[in-house]
Design a protein around this ligand. Structure first.
Ligand SMILES: Nc1ncnc2c1ncn2[C@@H]1O[C@@H]2COP(=O)(O)O[C@H]2[C@H]1O
Length: 729
């Protein structure tokens, strides 16, 4: 590959003027891997070798002799060296600084482009040799075989979402992933798809079909933009003949499943431990940049984050709109660069352009998780950028979250369900401009660190929840997901709306003061009218989706005998259903089914919380003592209502020892779920709070403030000690 080959005489004179010569002894290092390179070199005399680091050993990648061009960066501007280059003999080199090369480009555009293309081709080839020698399948082959492999292999760039091949296709080639990621998806007889594996750099696909001579066992789809080296069957067989021992070792490694283990190891230990993210605004004019910075700062507490904009990419030498000569090489170079970034950082945050550009599309393809920003106050509609981005092919694994920007002035968002109806399958979070705490919540959710609190049922004892909320707030425990049953749902619902403990206490007290009417016991003992009206006023008209915190509550469907998780739709109706003890309040009618208090089946919904909050932190507040309703009073001959009335009226008898009908009904209702509770609580909770509340009766609503205070005093120290030991995000 002589540099002067085919180059005009006058240009040759010009370039000679820019060259500096340098003599080097044998064994000297010209450039070390990862150093910034700012030059091209041409070998005049002597020999050099290129090495790449691989699992603590250096492998040989390339050899250079007189007339050869040494280009070790994939960038036209200065960039990191792919390899280490050392002299093996005494050598004389010509150095062409990239700055001078760029200046020469002004006068000799065509000629310099030819040199650059050669340099790019050489560097791309080098990166392919490096990729192959770092692969599980070919890491044991000798240098000559690796160079031969790289010469035969076809380098293919797949776009995110693109299919490499389908299950059932004929097996004609194997593919080594150089940069990027592939999904292995299997389909059953009914066409149901399941992700069975993920393939990262250094791993290969298709060896199964090639070696066993069977059709493809799975679909292979690019998770993001990916470069693969393709070797067809004939070529692979030829390599097998050249270096049977090296190939056999690779096959054994691969068959032993070291492949997936190694890739997982790399992913865990070589950065990339968080999903790659893309922040995309649905339309121009949203505060994309500020939001990206706020999110990046919040994520930065969890790992090393790199925020990538199209400008940053351009600055690094990768113009994304580039269609000029050599664009394919630069594309490969870009993917390699992104791959390196992924290895070095915990997370890449791709920030889209404020328009539908190739960069915005690339962001959508690269992300494991797309964050779509919309204006929560706007009329629900699909934004123009969003519309374009939705056309970008993507794998089924990609997750979407809609971030609804809200004004910091509003009490609660409105109309969220309409925004979400346009975006099926998307999660959502509300964020207020300028509120770092909201971005911290998004960061926790993205990294599986959301804090969930389960508020159990237990009548008036549930006032303790409110004191515990106060303790959580005072110690700065951020709560992201709340859920509960009965009184737990009532407290959690208000907390989800962003209310503080004092306001929640006032709210629950106001309901107690409605003094529910006892009715003729045809449907229930109480009419429930005042309670439901009061609850409606208290919670407002909004939907669960409109609350700042993620919320759910539990009711019980009497008709189908199943517990119901309310995580969507009218908030007050959900809380009402969760608070309608059968026999005491009338059931809530929902589509012909009767819904009653969730305490019947699931008074402490930790399983539902686990399902909704994944790997997040779990705090459980149990206000239902494991033993309850006992009395010292003996009523062997039946218990007369008159006797109880007399007891109530007679100032000389102790009426506290006597469980009333409400207590007995409440306890009976909960009995099934209390029996299950012991088992549930033994499962891992991060913090279990069980204030000793048996001194209070489930009907002690008038003591609400005192019970709340009790909850606070009992939990404050434990919460503080626990929170001090947590990793904060
Ligand atoms: N769990 C898996 N099941 C099937 N194929 C897998 C799996 N994991 C990785 N693969 C790769 O997916 C490829 C699909 O085509 P092949 O059957 O030729 O070879 C297969 C393997 O290389």
């Amino acid at each position: 590959m002589g540099i002067t080959q085919g180059i005009e005489e006058s240009f040759f004179d010009a370039i000679i003027g820019a060259l500096e010569t340098r003599s080097m002894p044998a064994g000297a290092t010209l450039v070390a891997q990862a150093d910034l390179v700012d030059s091209l070199w041409i070998v005049e005399t002597g020999r050099l070798e290129g090495f790449g680091g691989l699992a603590n050993r250096e492998v040989e990648l390339d050899a250079f002799g007189p007339g050869d061009l040494i280009a070790v960066s994939l960038l036209p501007a200065s960039g990191p060296a792919l390899v280490t280059v050392k002299t093996t003999t005494q050598a004389v080199l010509w150095r062409l600084p990239l700055a001078d090369a760029n200046a020469l480009r002004e006068t000799w555009p065509g000629e310099m482009a030819a040199i650059w293309d050669r340099a790019a081709a050489r560097a791309t080839f080098l990166s392919l040799v490096l990729g192959l020698r770092q692969s599980i399948l070919f890491q044991d082959v000798n240098l000559a075989t690796a160079v031969q492999l790289a010469k035969m292999a076809e380098q293919i760039v797949l776009r995110g979402g693109e299919v490499l091949f389908r299950q059932g296709d004929a097996s004609d080639a194997i593919y080594v992933v150089i940069n990027g990621r592939l999904d292995v998806v299997k389909r059953d007889g009914k066409g149901k798809a399941e992700l069975v594996n993920e393939i990262g750099p250094g791993e290969s696909v298709g060896e199964l079909g090639l070696v066993t001579d069977q059709r493809r066992a799975a679909d292979i789809i690019a998770r993001r933009d990916t470069t693969v080296a393709r070797l067809d069957k004939r070529e692979y067989m030829e390599i097998l003949r050249r270096d049977p021992e090296g190939i056999a070792r690779g096959l054994v490694r691969s068959a032993q499943g070291v492949s997936t283990g190694m890739a997982r190891f790399r992913r865990q230990h070589g950065g990339g431990n968080l999903p790659s993210l893309a922040l995309i605004a649905a339309r121009p004019g949203l505060p994309l940049r500020e939001s990206a910075e706020a999110l990046s700062e919040a994520l930065g507490r969890r790992g090393s984050i790199i925020l990538l904009t199209s400008d940053a990419c351009k600055g690094a030498g990768y113009p994304i709109n580039d269609t000029s000569a050599g664009a394919q090489e630069r594309n490969i170079a870009l993917l390699r660069w992104l791959n390196d970034l992924e290895r070095h950082y915990s997370c890449i945050l791709y920030v889209a352009d404020e328009a539908d550009t190739p960069w915005t599309q690339l962001c959508a393809r690269q992300a494991d998780h797309v964050l779509l920003m919309i204006d929560g106050a706007e009329k629900p509609a699909i934004g123009p950028i969003e519309r374009a981005v939705r056309q970008v092919p993507r794998t089924a694994e990609q997750r979407w979250t809609t971030l609804l920007l809200q004004s910091p002035e509003i009490a609660a968002p409105v109309g969220t369900m309409k925004h979400l109806a346009l975006r099926p399958g998307s999660q959502h979070t509300h964020v207020r401009a300028g509120r770092a705490a909201d971005w911290a919540r998004v960061a926790r959710s993205l990294t599986g660190n959301s804090v969930g609190v389960v508020f159990g049922g237990g009548g008036a004892r549930g006032f303790a929840h409110i004191g515990i909320i106060r303790a959580l707030e005072e110690h700065g425990v951020p709560v992201d997901v709340v859920g509960g049953t009965s009184i737990g749902a009532l407290v959690a619902g208000q907390y989800a709306l962003g209310r503080g403990p004092e306001e929640i206490l006032e709210g629950v007290m106001s309901l107690v003061k409605t003094g529910e009417q006892f009715t003729l016991p045809l449907v229930s003992l109480m009419s429930g009218r005042r309670f439901s009206r009061g609850l409606h006023t208290l919670m407002g008209e909004g939907a669960i989706e409109d609350s700042w915190r993620k919320f759910f509550c539990i009711s019980c469907n009497l008709t189908s005998a199943q517990s119901v998780v309310h995580a969507s739709g009218s908030l007050w109706r959900a809380v009402l259903a969760s608070n309608s003890p059968p026999g005491l309040l009338p059931p809530v009618i929902n589509g012909g089914d009767l819904l009653v208090d969730g305490g019947l089946l699931d008074g402490l919904p930790t399983e539902t919380m686990n399902r909704l909050n994944g790997k997040g932190l779990l705090i459980v507040i149990n206000v239902m003592p494991r033993t309850g309703v006992s009395t010292s009073y003996s009523y062997d001959y039946g218990l007369s209502g008159w006797r109880i009335l007399w007891n109530r009226l007679n100032p000389f008898t102790n009426s506290v020892g006597m469980p009333n009908i409400v207590e007995i009904l409440t306890r009976s209702m909960a009995i099934g779920s209390i029996a299950n509770r012991t088992i549930m609580l033994q499962r891992a909770t991060d913090l279990l709070l069980e204030p000793p509340l048996s001194v209070y009766a489930v009907t002690d609503h008038v003591k609400g403030r005192e019970i709340a205070e009790f909850g606070y005093t009992d939990s404050a120290e434990r919460i503080s000690a626990w929170w001090d030991n947590q990793l904060k995000l």
